[in-house]
Design a protein around this ligand. Structure first.
Ligand SMILES: [Zn+2]
Length: 342
């Protein structure tokens, strides 16, 4: 038996007919093109006869376990006996109703990120999987479905082997926005180890967070070449949250127009000391993440975990985000932030 503490037990009927896992190469991330409830009712109806995954993560960070990780789940086709699969919600509710025909899957939200990280940490500790991002489908660690899809990232020479993760050519799962978030998930998992033997983890770090805040700004923001620009995150304001001394997990998603292939952009979170009528002091910046331009819009995202004291002397400590680029033409067309505090 290998059940994740804290996951909702939604085991499908007849687990044992699936057969035992043959190895634990890694963890594979998927997207549902649906909600957790819809996917759950589909899986429950078919039991283990149809396709299913080991885990599901809902819009609000709910974690369902459908298959004991001792057994295989069918989400990874010929690789199903070698990888642990995590399906993730992406449709309806706060994700809205998007056109599912193309590569339009929305980003994982902050609650999903926190929960996916917990599943990754548990699965890696329980099954001795290194917490690292797979660079190719033959590596061990954390990967995503499209890596093993024919006509997508799967090399032709690996068709028909355990690295072929889909019967159908061209699947983009989990979509380019979510794929861009995987390096941050892995980094959080590397730093956020949760003891597998502890059923009631201490309320700290990402585990104790419950307050949630969002900002969205759909407006053009110009950038200065070769300089970090502090981005507005809502109309007229740069601040994402005001620090209170509690830990936070903040995610930013930026759409860039005009960032050409070969050009780069960097995102970083910073802390700034603010008081109305005085000069704002940027007193600390976090590690930056770098992104390459693509044809069409470039979607970039970054996640930061941290903890900062309250400001003193009438000043407030704000979390902000900055963007750097070497492009002459790149500009921000939209920015969204999602932050968990607790
Ligand atoms: Zn998938």
């Amino acid at each position: 038996m290998a059940m994740m503490p804290g996951a909702v037990n939604k085991l499908l009927a007849n687990q044992a007919r699936q057969g035992l896992m043959k190895s634990y190469q890694g963890v594979c991330l998927h997207t549902m093109v649906g909600s957790l409830a819809g996917t759950d009712s589909m899986f429950q109806k078919d039991g283990t006869v149809g396709t299913e995954s080991h885990f599901g993560v809902g819009e609000h960070g709910e974690i369902y376990q459908w298959v004991d990780t001792a057994y295989t789940a069918d989400a990874n086709y010929l690789g199903s006996a070698h990888v642990i699969s995590i399906e993730t919600a992406d449709y309806g509710g706060s994700f809205g109703r998007w056109n599912t025909a193309g590569d339009n899957v929305p980003y994982w939200n902050a609650k999903q990120i926190a929960s996916i990280v917990k599943v990754i940490v548990w699965a890696c500790q329980t099954h001795d999987i290194p917490i690292q991002q797979m660079k190719t489908v033959r590596d061990r660690g954390i990967g995503y479905h499209a890596m093993g899809v024919p006509g997508n990232e799967l090399p032709n020479s690996l068709r028909g082997t355990k690295y072929q993760w889909s019967k159908y050519a061209g699947k983009v799962c989990p979509g380019k926005k979510r794929i861009s978030q995987i390096p941050e998930l892995v980094r959080l998992a590397q730093g956020g180890t949760v003891p597998a033997s502890e059923p009631e983890p201490k309320k700290e770090g990402i585990l104790g967070m419950s307050k949630y805040s969002n900002t969205v700004l759909n407006a053009v923001q110009k950038l200065t070449r070769n300089k970090f620009t502090t981005l507005k995150t809502s109309k007229g304001a740069h601040s994402i949250i005001t620090h209170t001394g509690d830990p936070f997990l903040s995610e930013v998603q930026v759409t860039l127009a005009g960032l050409k292939p070969g050009e780069t952009a960097q995102l970083r979170f910073i802390n700034a000391s603010y008081k109305k009528g005085t000069k704002t002091k940027n007193y600390e910046h976090y590690r930056k993440a770098e992104f390459l331009g693509t044809t069409g819009n470039t979607y970039i995202s970054h996640v930061q975990l941290g903890q900062q004291p309250k400001g003193t002397g009438g000043r407030a400590n704000h979390l902000r985000v900055q963007l750097w680029t070497n492009s002459k033409t790149a500009k921000v067309t939209s920015i969204a932030t999602k932050t968990l505090k607790g």
